[in-house]
Design a protein around this ligand. Structure first.
Ligand code: ATP
Ligand code: MG
Length: 234
């Protein structure tokens, strides 16, 4: 059984059809990327998974249990860590408070931060009392990932984690996300426009164009795919 199964969803903003019959599956332990140009609906798909833009038709299941139609807090409590586009850390909250906001998704909720967070992001431990807004862009991105980790999710969803991040930090983020997958078995759904980053990290991928999946497959196959070659220009 798939960990995440998105089945034929149709998503609208008012009358505008944004996702048109989209399906996607992720097995436990996989890293899967979702690629596509600006405005094709990548973020909308992630928001649909966590219940912020529920599908009008179709369904979404996590671990075989239907989650679509439930409110977002109840969906993320089933074990989804969300790293939103643009990071959206709370700039006026401290680093520690930011991390605690992520911990609430744990069913046995305690206002405690999962210690593993500091193994992956040791710098955060020295900056716990600082406001999130004082961190650099790359550090804020790491805080957003750490916040998503702190509830101990089974699935992490990352929306363009390299956007606006300098190359040296991109490599650091790459290593951390790969380690999270390899060492803890965390399943990852990654939205990226940085094709190189996405294809190196993932084993499978989907290409979204104007609200529809136009190609999918193993990363090696995708690289050979005509649509993808055109799109990726490789
Ligand atoms: N709140 C909203 N209300 C109405 N339309 C929206 C809203 N949010 C997004 N859209 C529209 O939905 C479409 C898909 O947007 P979405 O943000 O999902 O794309 P994206 O692939 O994530 O783009 P980007 O690469 O720029 O992040 C776009 O045409 C966008 O203008
Ligand atoms: Mg987006």
């Amino acid at each position: 059984m798939s960990l995440l199964s998105v089945d034929n969803i149709f998503v609208y903003y008012q009358d505008a059809l944004i996702l048109n019959d989209v399906s996607l599956e992720i097995q436990s332990g996989e890293v899967v990327c979702l690629l596509g140009r600006n405005g094709v609906g990548k973020t909308t798909l992630l928001r649909s998974i966590i219940g912020l833009t529920p599908p009008r038709n179709g369904s979404i299941s996590l671990d075989g249990i239907r989650i679509s139609g439930r409110p977002p807090y109840s969906i993320v409590k089933r074990g989804i860590g969300y790293v939103p586009q643009g990071r959206e850390i709370f700039p006026e909250l401290t680093v520690e408070e930011n991390l605690k906001t992520g911990a609430f998704i744990n069913p046995g909720w305690k206002p405690e931060i999962n210690g593993a967070v500091f193994e992956y992001f040791p710098f955060l431990k020295t900056r716990l009392k600082e406001k999130g807004g004082r961190l650099s862009g790359g550090q804020q991105q790491m805080l957003a990932i750490a916040r998503a980790m702190s509830g101990g999710p089974q699935l992490m969803i990352l929306d363009e984690p390299t956007e606006g991040i300098q190359p040296s930090i991109i490599q650091e983020i790459f290593d951390i996300v790969r380690d999270l997958n390899m060492k803890t078995g965390l399943t990852i759904l990654l939205v990226e426009q940085n094709i190189d980053f996405a294809l190196k990290l993932s084993s499978r991928g989907y290409i979204l164009e104007k609200g529809q999946i136009v190609s999918k497959g193993k990363v090696d196959e995708l690289k050979e795919d005509f649509i993808v070659k055109n799109y990726l220009m490789i």
